[in-house]
Design a protein. Structure first.
Length: 283
């Protein structure tokens, strides 16, 4: 089976990121054919199934109408500022077209939407999921979002981080006006005032003020991802950050009014070399 080739944008990203992006096993071309009858939002479509392999015939029926949720794609909700744009980008790619679906180990999400990698060609060269992740308003979902759908997680995460524009703000800008930044994907920089590794294995890094003082900005690393950071930086690496300036990139979320970024890959953090676009925003 030939190795799957990605869209040109992902190929360019791979050159910048190094060979790890290509560390994917070979897979057969997508074997489900469908016709898109409706674009619902930036990561969901409704299709008519035209051809289903015999191995899936007990779960999917030819000529049936199903909703398809793009694996790995985190598009903003329709009623948010970037929601209509994300939906339009999806529409431009797939509306009314024949598409080709590849499934992973898990077939359906809790809403009974078919989880799939969607292609514009039958050979598996142009993946819609990857194309959308490379755009400004759409990002990659954390790998644990749908268990059993991790075939291309590493590529999605790398592509998402590579294409993130170098927009940078100081921690206090976000902490004072968190609602203005919620949902934005940015670099955020600030001085580390406290860190904690919980009994459950999570890591919290607080910028600007130590927990529980406010205002502050928090970097969260959940236990599933901590081993990757420990392998990269060394065990208990977070203890050495107090007093240093750190920059983190990702989507800003709010937890009980406190702005935070959930880091899932070490390439989201830097404290030894500050990104050029952040140097003017140093506290």
């Amino acid at each position: 089976m030939a190795r799957r080739f990605w869209v040109l944008a992902v190929f360019v990203a791979s050159l910048a990121l190094g060979p790890d992006v290509w560390a994917l096993p070979p897979y057969s071309p997508p074997d489900i054919e469908a016709r898109v009858i409706r674009v619902i939002d930036g990561d969901t479509i409704e299709v008519e199934l035209l051809q289903v392999p015999e191995s899936l015939a007990d779960k999917l029926q030819t000529r049936s109408i199903v909703r398809v949720r793009y694996i790995g794609v985190d598009a903003p909700e329709v009623d948010t500022p970037n929601g209509p744009l994300a939906t339009e980008l999806n529409r431009l790619l797939v509306a009314g077209k024949h598409v080709f679906l590849e499934v992973d180990e898990r077939l359906f999400d809790p809403y009974q939407r078919l989880l799939a990698y969607v292609y514009l060609d039958p050979h598996g060269h142009l993946m819609v999921n990857a194309i959308l992740i490379m755009t400004q308003p759409i990002s990659a979902y954390p790998p644990e979002r749908f268990e059993g759908t991790d075939r291309y997680d590493e590529c999605f995460q790398q592509a998402d981080q590579w294409c993130l524009p170098c927009n940078c703000v100081s921690w206090d800008e976000v902490a004072v006006r968190p609602g203005d930044y919620a949902g934005e994907s940015l670099w955020v920089c600030g001085p580390v005032k406290s860190t904690a590794r919980t009994r459950g294995g999570h890591i919290f890094i607080n910028l600007g003020n130590p927990h529980p003082r406010e205002p502050r900005f928090t970097i969260v690393i959940w236990d599933d991802y901590v081993p990757t950071f420990d392998q990269q930086f060394g065990y208990r690496w977070e203890r050495d950050l107090v007093g240093q300036i750190i920059c983190v990139r990702g989507k800003i979320e709010l937890y009980k009014g406190i702005p935070e970024i959930e880091a899932i890959h070490p390439n989201q953090l830097t404290w030894k070399s500050i990104p050029r676009c952040c140097q003017a925003n140093m506290p």
